[in-house]
Each structure stands twice: as C-alpha cells, then as structure tokens.
Design a protein around this ligand. Structure first.
Ligand code: NAI
Length: 329
C-alpha cells in the first residue's frame, strides 16, 4: 500500500509522470493536485487498467486534502525554462510555490517522503528543508531533490559514442547539484569502463551538464524537458518505493549531507566541503536515506576540479534558498 501525491500533475511533466505512476503496481492511491486542468487529467488516467485509485484535487482549497495520508509527494509544480533562461531565473516564482506546497505536506503528512523536481533544485530543496525545520519535523533522510535526469542523460549520451554499452543498465554516478556546472558526472567511475579520451570526457561532461538546453532550444519557447523528466522522476520514485518495500536500491539524488554524516565525509573531502546539500549516490531503505554510498574508486583530477567549481556555485544557490525562508539577521 503506497499512497502518492503528485503536485503540479496537470503540467508538462506532471501528466506523463502521473501516467507512469499509475502503471506502478506498488501504488494504491494516486492523488493528483494542480491549480488548473487536473480533473481532466485525473479522469483520463483513472481509466488505465491498474488497481490504484486516482483522485483529482483542483485549486488551493483542495491542497490539504490532496496531501493527507500520503507516503510520498512528488513535486513538479512551477514554471519551466524558456530559451535563454537559466534554472536560477525560475527562482522568484517557483520558490514561493514550493514553500507553500511543503507547508501543506508538513501539516498534513509530516512523515511523507518528498521528491522535488521543481527548479532550481539547488535552491528549492534548501527551501523545503527550512520549511520543515520551522515546523519541527525535518528529517534529512526523507527529502530528495530529483537529479535522476542527469544520471539518465549520462548513460544515454555515453551510448551515443559507445554503441556497445547498454544505456538502460550503465550507471554513472553524478554528484554536485542540478544545473549547468554544478552537475558533475563521474565518468571515470562508470559501471562499465569506458576508456574515453580527454576530448571525449570534456565533450560528454559538457553535454550532460547542459543537456537540458538542447531540449529547451528544440522546444523553442514551449518549455523544457517533460517526457524524459517524467521517465526520470518515475524511475526515482519507483526506486524509493522499492526501497520502502525492503529492496536495496542506489540512486544519486540531491540531499542534505546530514542524512549520513559518516558517509558524507568522503564527498566533503572530495570538494563538497561544508556544503549542507550535495547530490550523492544514496542507498535507499524504508527509512529513506539508509546511507550515502561510497564511490567505487578514485576520481580523476579533472573531476576533482569540476567538483570545486560546482561547490562554489552550489554555496550561493543553497544560501539563496535558505534565505528565502529564513532571511539572514
Ligand atoms: P509546466 O508549466 O508544464 O507545468 C507546471 C505545472 O505546475 C502546471 O500545470 C501549473 O498549473 C502547476 N502549478 C503552478 N503553480 C502551482 C501550485 N502553486 N500548485 C500546484 N501546481 C502548480 O512545467 P513543466 O515543464 O512540467 O516543469 C515543471 C518544473 O519542473 C519546472 O520548474 C521545471 O524547471 C522543472 N524541471 C525539473 C527537472 C529536473 O531534472 N529536476 C527537469 C525538467 C524540468
């Protein structure tokens, strides 16, 4: 029995994500919330022949009900990028949206796992943490920024130049954050050795960091990644649900390093320093973060440098998020 709420369910990501969660056999209840159009989406999806019950919640007056009695909230609510925008440009609008949604979850399902897709993830996750701290119910093991699309892109883009690897099973740890140069793919630790030249590494790294721009450009004003993001979001949610059910699953995700101070040490030494949040490979369990997974080898000097660059940008993104909820004195 797993009850899931999707907040922003009528959007470009929300709709395919809702469909994919309807196909997840572990999900028994699917609450779809949005401020527009959600009754149609819910009615449509409710006809898919799986056993879960789908319910529609339209508008702010229905938010509390939508997030009552849930195990897991997935949040793709907010505005997406248009050409020329960075994820940080979205902050002004999305910060307030995420804050309001987290307050409702905190009040009505304080033990729910929370997966945040809304950008800029590097700041919206700190916002969520601050809200939960204020409510006195913050558990860093239960709050996740969804960076799975970076992981998905890494394995898919490698496949473009290494046709013998299986994009579906290749695993490349991606650490740092979720925007531009805060995204650090550790290609040297791929689950299959890739034997890449320096030029290939540089090109792949850049493509993984800025892959979202390819989609924004191709959509030409109609938004950012939605279908691949729905796939990535559903994959992360499925990993978490399988972990809740007792499986051991490892996924990189943007979390508070306080979730596992001991496991975090390795990443702090590699360059995360004193950052409160960082994307790391996480072993999930029924408690959320079981532990921060160790890396299975040494990273290259280029990867170390990339982490240093990421850490500097992340420090600003994180403090912007924190200050939105808790302004500095
Ligand atoms: P969209 O504009 O198509 O959909 C957003 C939905 O959120 C709309 O249905 C809108 O009505 C809803 N919404 C707005 N305010 C709301 C509120 N207060 N409560 C509930 N719902 C609300 O946008 P799209 O393309 O689905 O993107 C959503 C977010 O996901 C954006 O912030 C985007 O940047 C982010 N994103 C994150 C990625 C990641 O890897 N984490 C990848 C791609 C996008």
């Amino acid at each position: 029995m797993v009850s899931v709420a999707i907040l922003g369910a009528a959007g470009g990501i929300g709709q395919p994500l809702s469909l994919l969660m309807k196909l997840n056999a572990h999900v028994t209840k699917l609450n779809l919330y949005d401020i527009v159009n959600v009754p149609g989406v819910a009615s449509d999806i409710s006809h898919v022949a799986t056993n879960s019950a789908v319910k529609s919640f339209l508008g702010a007056s229905k938010l509390a009900e939508a997030v009552t009695g849930i195990d897991l909230a997935i949040i793709p609510a907010g505005v997406p990028r248009k050409p020329g925008m960075t994820r940080d440009d979205l902050f002004k609008i999305n910060a307030g949206i995420v804050k309001g949604l987290i307050e409702a979850i905190a009040e009505n399902s304080p033990r729910a796992f929370i997966c945040i897709i809304s950008n800029p993830v590097n700041s919206t996750v700190p916002i969520a943490a601050e809200v939960l701290k204020k409510q006195g119910i913050y558990d860093p093991k239960r709050l996740f920024g969804v960076t799975t699309l970076d992981v998905v892109r890494a394995s898919r883009f490698v496949r473009d130049i290494r046709p013998n690897v299986d994009a579906a099973t290749l695993r490349i740890p991606v650490v740092g954050g979720h925007s531009g140069n805060t995204i650090v793919p550790l290609l040297s630790l791929a689950s299959t050795p890739l034997d890449l030249s320096e030029t290939q590494i540089a090109e792949l790294t850049h493509r993984i960091q800025f892959g979202g721009d390819e989609v924004v450009k191709a959509k030409d004003g109609a938004g950012s990644a939605t279908l691949s993001m729905a796939y990535a979001g559903a994959r992360f949610a499925d990993s978490l649900i399988r972990a809740i059910k007792g499986e051991t699953v490892v996924e990189p995700t943007f979390i508070a390093l306080a979730a596992d101070p001991q496991g975090a040490e390795e990443y702090r030494k590699l360059g995360a320093g004193n950052l409160e949040f960082f994307a790391v490979p996480v072993e999930l369990s029924s408690q959320g973060v079981k532990r921060i997974a160790p890396l299975n080898g040494d990273i290259s000097s280029g990867e170390r440098q990339a982490i240093a660059v990421a850490a500097e940008a992340l420090a600003t993104n994180i403090s912007t998020g924190v200050a939105f909820v808790t302004p500095p004195p």
